[in-house]
Design a protein around this ligand. Sequence first.
Ligand SMILES: [Zn+2]
Length: 299
Amino acid sequence: MPWFKRAEKGIITPTEQKKETPDGLWYKCPSCKTVTSMAEHRKNLSTCVKCNYHDRVGSKEYFAILFDDNKFTELDENLTSGNPLDFVDTKPYPNRIVATQKVTGLKDAVRAAYGKMNGQDITIACMDFAFIGGSMGSVVGEKIARAIDHARKTRTPFMMISKSGGARMMEAGFSLMQMAKTSAKLALLAEEKLPYISMLTDPTTGGVTASYAMLGDFNIAEPGALIGFAGPRVIKETIGKDLPKGFQSAEFVLEHGFLDFIVDRKELKDRLTDLLSMIVTEKAENGAKAKAAKSAKAS
Ligand SMILES: [Zn+2]
């Protein structure tokens, strides 16, 4: 006779009486495995309390971090993608767009807005990786171009926060054209002596790295962000050599001269404010000097 026998049959807890831990109450850091409450993780701006791993966040979080009291005006909110190539992969492109919009609550992979950051006016465009891998299609390019135009019109600094797998394959050539368009707009911004800060977050790759993400007056990044053009596997196969340790991390890219500095998300707002106030002051001084020189010449 077995030492344990179920005396009563059918001891079953109905689903509604089962007690489960609510989803999303805890956060486990993928880097050091430390577990913290989601509330604390959010309070720490989605960076790990122990190892400072920077978790991926989207435009909603970055706007909340940067704009004073989370107050901003969004630009071209409702711009959505067409289907210029009648592209079909596992599903038709328009269906994919609609499905992604439903899941993410976003219209496309970038949002642009203007508002005040520590009292200074600024225009910011920020990419969302949740929307088809933050891929750059016509809408992304157009929204960035229009955000730059807004910065030019209002004479405010422009900031771009990149997070992208590269060009959107469903728009093929149309995606690639966005590289030229955004670069040309940034050239106009530079001609008008308006500052452009580009922040590269995890990951920034492909056509985005090859265009606007690397064209900043200041190219900055978050710690540990993957930054590159092609993926490591492709490069390894092409050059037939093993890649150095830490290859394509923000720290590696900084060491090799492609970045100006790496900034902790918790210090981002104040670092940007300091940086912009220096540039703006210098610009005003230069303007005053030029004016003085002009009037001296005239007299
Ligand atoms: Zn950690």
